[in-house]
Design a binder for this molecule. Structure first.
Ligand code: BJ8
Length: 427
């Protein structure tokens, strides 16, 4: 039997509130059991996710702290957005961590610093910091923010009083000039990271960073293709968690685990085995990102008899659909290649952003979706705004569409269930 490790000294050394943290872990553990472990016909290789979820606040974070201790890595670098390239962090000797948070915490404390009508994702990371319950936020040596939505960019002004921060300037329109600005911004970020870690980025280290991230993306692309089968071999919940893991887990281990899931899914597809019966209503998700442990919507869809077959969002296809070119030879070339790949992420902060509608329609076709559920987190103006255009595009393409606005609370679960069940019956 594996030796039990006592993680309390580690949590205490990170300045965490261990009592509050126990409560959080208890609640998330319960949720994981009710949502993930209660699934039927789950691929066995998804057991990896059970281990990942169990270790998320313990073994996973210890591994990163140990890497720093032994000198295998220099710093832990947190970020909140897909526009922050993990390749550069890795190349500079940092460990990249996604800090977006998916649960309400210390809300009344948060509302002393941020307006009540702020998006739950922002309030959540603020609450995790104020409540001292996130070992990732606690251990981040530097946090890279980004000038994206109004909520995040203003919240970072406050967050900078909590953690050392550097904010990258993401353009909001796509022109040749802004593309060049973005390239310059990425070069500046590389310099800042080198300064932070004290490690020079070399052609070799940057190439390795690109390959590490691309390999995760290749594995997720493979999984995405397999989900086109009917019956689909894996649930939306498990697929979502595999992508969420890409922001925290060891990249080599995770890519290997995803490929093992794919191997099993290939066998299932060949045998006509699925996670839901053939003919179950197939949903394409689009909208705001889903940070751990925001699994509410997928759980409702799948417990209502539907199955999520794809996610057009930052915790979905936007993370893995495009690779960074692997042909660059100099650091400058590779940084430009990275900038160009990230410039193409179809986030609603860009105007116009019709590429997102095209991506959604293409995914609906490729994955044989029966309907689209477009979800915005409450108070996310940019995704709420884009929902109107998305609905029109879906109508033009004869794809049933539903828009949802929700938050991290459980209060609207009953209402969401009713609406989703009606949508599944209608399509
Ligand atoms: S690239 S989607 S991760 S900005 S949900 S905090 S937009 S008010 S998360 Fe995003 Fe980067 Fe874009 Fe992706 Fe603001 Fe909206 Fe909240 Fe959001």
């Amino acid at each position: 039997m594996a030796e039990e490790v006592d993680f309390y000294p580690m949590w205490e050394s990170l300045g965490m509130d261990t009592k509050a943290h126990d409560m959080l872990l208890g609640a998330v553990g319960q949720m994981y059991g009710d949502m993930f472990l209660a699934q039927q016909n789950r691929p066995q290789a998804c057991d990896y996710l059970n281990v990942f979820a169990t270790n998320l606040h313990s073994g996973e974070i210890k591994e990163k702290l140990d890497a720093k201790e032994t000198g295998a890595a220099k710093k832990i670098i947190g970020s909140f957005c897909l526009y922050v390239p993990e390749e550069i962090v890795t190349a500079a000797g940092g460990i990249p961590i996604g800090l977006c948070s998916g649960a309400d915490f210390a809300t009344s404390e948060v509302e002393k610093h941020l307006p009540r009508n702020t998006c739950p994702l922002i309030k959540s990371f603020a609450g995790f910091r104020l409540g001292r319950v996130c070992p990732y936020i606690q251990s981040a040596d530097l946090v890279i923010g980004e000038n994206t939505c109004d909520g995040k960019k203003k919240a970072y002004e406050w967050f900078a009083t909590q953690k050392p921060m550097y904010v990258v300037d993401v353009p909001h329109v796509r022109t040749d000039e802004t593309k060049q600005m973005w390239r310059n911004e990425i070069h500046r970020l590389a310099e800042r990271l080198e300064q932070e870690t004290g490690q020079k980025i070399t052609p070799e280290s940057l190439h390795e960073g690109i390959i590490l991230a691309n390999n995760k993306r290749r594995a997720l692309q493979r999984l995405s293709k397999l989900r086109a089968a009917d019956p689909t071999p894996i649930s939306g919940l498990d697929s979502l968690l595999l992508t969420q893991a890409a922001f925290m887990d060891d990249p080599v281990r995770l890519a290997d685990a995803i490929n093992k899931v794919c191997d099993e899914c290939e066998q299932r597809v060949a045998a006509g085995e699925g996670v839901a019966p053939k003919g179950a209503k197939r949903i394409l998700y689009t909208g705001t990102p889903m940070a751990v442990p925001n699994w509410k919507l997928f759980n409702i869809i799948e417990k209502s008899g539907g199955v999520v077959v794809g996610e057009e969002c930052c915790t979905g296809s936007r993370y893995y659909k495009d690779l960074v070119a692997e042909t660059g030879e100099t650091v400058d070339q590779m940084l430009d290649d990275i900038a160009d790949r990230y410039f193409n992420i179809q986030c609603a902060i860009f105007t116009p952003n019709h590429g997102r509608e095209q991506d959604v329609m293409q995914m609906a076709k490729d994955l044989n979706a029966d309907g689209i559920i477009d979800c915005s987190l409450q108070f996310c103006t940019i995704y709420e705004m884009e929902a109107f255009g998305m609905e029109l595009t879906a109508q033009e393409n004869n794809v049933p569409y539903m828009h949802i606005t929700t938050d991290y609370s459980t209060e609207d679960e009953g209402q969401l269930k009713t609406r989703i069940q009606a949508f599944l019956e209608m399509i």
